[in-house]
Design a protein around this ligand. Structure first.
Ligand SMILES: NC(=O)c1ccc[n+]([C@@H]2O[C@H](COP(=O)([O-])OP(=O)(O)OC[C@H]3O[C@@H](n4cnc5c(N)ncnc54)[C@H](O)[C@@H]3O)[C@@H](O)[C@H]2O)c1
Length: 385
């Protein structure tokens, strides 16, 4: 049943649609709790825009970051094709676009070649959290190597520009602080994180080989820790762990002393940075992250306070290869892209907490939504990622 068709134009309309999308989980929950036997299907249709419009492909577009990028690009009037194998992504993240004439969702594994016509490719397909990328290290390597080769091959064939979602993990456990783009990194090539870290490093190498040899236009974003609504609740990353534990009244688990530092950016800041980079002339790697650094212990305390939770903080033994410090040097992004994060940490955390709270209520109330699949995630210690 199609309940809603929104028509909107430019700035006011975009604001309306984004506010509506933010309210959607609460609306669905309310419908469910009120026992109204309706499935709410929202289709945003008939967009009218000004500005450039082109066909954009987002691999991994049904995931956390990819779905927010999809929202932005759809609202900017692009034709968007999401390519995803749903390993960690969910149809639910992009279902509000299904039925829109500019939107297509393809169930496809990037390890296989893909033949479509596009102008720009945001290549995000890859498991991103340690439990997910360690679940099947060989597949993680294939996705980042063969998958990236396939997408670069596609970019070459159709003359598209490709942006690689690389990661701060290419710096490994860094010996310099903060990390700037000219730092080559300190990665253990045979450690438990190597399938992801080295996979992304070679993906970057492939981008520059295609640029030099075949003239493919590439952009490389080195993404630092990002959080926000639609992030996975059970993927063992520090923000999701702490929020979930605080909401459920369980102890907040800190590995090691808690003095290791992280800097987290809110997802809308990252999305704006990705789009700015894609449309810039900067072909060398660019860090995208929030340089506001906090210790893990500070995060635990802040989240506990924002949730209003009585949970204790529990200290566990340190995780292997867990970086001690992580902080982006974003001078390049500031100078070349005129980009910097603008969402304050507490504001972003409150939005994520709100989302997690609604998700927990939704899952508890909806027998049709399967619970997260612990079987896909090998048991073991989670990491502060
Ligand atoms: N979120 C972060 O903090 C962060 C930090 C650094 C880098 N990144 C990078 O950003 C990208 C998106 O991360 P995310 O946090 O949204 O993770 P995510 O797990 O939510 O999204 C990844 C998406 O890729 C899809 N995917 C995985 N393997 C695939 C394959 N072989 N073929 C097609 N689709 C596949 C998944 O189903 C999922 O939808 C990743 O490349 C990740 O490495 C994210």
């Amino acid at each position: 049943l199609n309940l809603w068709f929104l028509r909107y134009e430019d700035a006011v309309g975009k604001l309306l649609v984004s506010s509506f999308l933010a309210l959607l989980p609460s609306l669905k929950l309310w419908l469910h709790q009120s026992h109204i036997p309706l499935k709410l299907v929202v289709t945003v249709s008939s967009c009218a825009f000004s500005g450039d419009v082109g066909h954009v492909q987002i691999t991994g577009g049904a995931g956390f970051v990819g779905s927010h990028l999809t929202d932005k690009l759809m609202m900017d009037g692009h034709e968007v094709t999401v390519v995803d194998n749903f390993f960690t992504g969910r149809k639910r993240n992009v279902e509000h676009w299904i039925g829109h004439e500019n939107f297509e969702l393809i169930n496809h594994d990037v390890v296989e070649p893909l033949y479509i016509e596009v102008d720009q490719i945001y290549h995000l397909a890859s498991p991103a959290s340690p439990p997910n990328y360690m679940y099947n290290p060989i597949k993680t390597l294939k996705t980042n190597t063969i998958g990236t080769l396939n997408m670069l091959g596609l970019a070459k064939r159709v003359g598209a520009r490709l942006l690689l979602a690389s990661t701060s993990e290419v710096y490994g456990d860094p010996e310099v602080h903060p990390q700037s783009e000219d730092y080559w990194g300190h990665v253990n090539p045979i450690g438990p994180r190597a399938c992801y870290d080295e996979g992304k490093r070679v993906a970057e190498t492939m981008c520059y080989a295609y640029m030099k040899q075949e003239g493919v236009e590439v952009r490389v974003a080195r993404i630092f820790n990002t959080f926000g609504p639609r992030m996975h609740m059970n993927d063992g990353r520090v923000v999701s762990n702490f929020i979930l534990q605080a909401l459920q009244g369980e102890p907040l688990t800190v590995y090691g002393s808690g003095s290791q530092t992280r800097a987290f950016q809110y997802v809308s800041d990252l999305v704006n940075g990705l789009v700015a980079l894609m449309n810039s002339n900067v072909s060398s790697p660019v860090n995208l992250g929030n340089p506001e650094e906090h210790t893990i212990l500070e995060f635990a305390q802040l989240i506990k306070n924002l949730v209003g939770s009585g949970s204790e903080i529990q200290f566990l033994s340190e995780a292997q290869d867990d970086p001690q410090k992580r902080k982006p040097d974003i001078r390049k992004a500031k100078m070349m892209l005129a980009w910097e994060p603008v969402v304050p940490l507490e504001e972003g955390l409150n939005k994520a907490i709100h989302y997690f709270r609604k998700e927990l209520e939704y899952q508890a109330n909806n027998q049709y939504i399967p619970k997260p699949k612990p079987a896909r995630i090998k048991k073991g210690r989670t990491r502060h990622n």
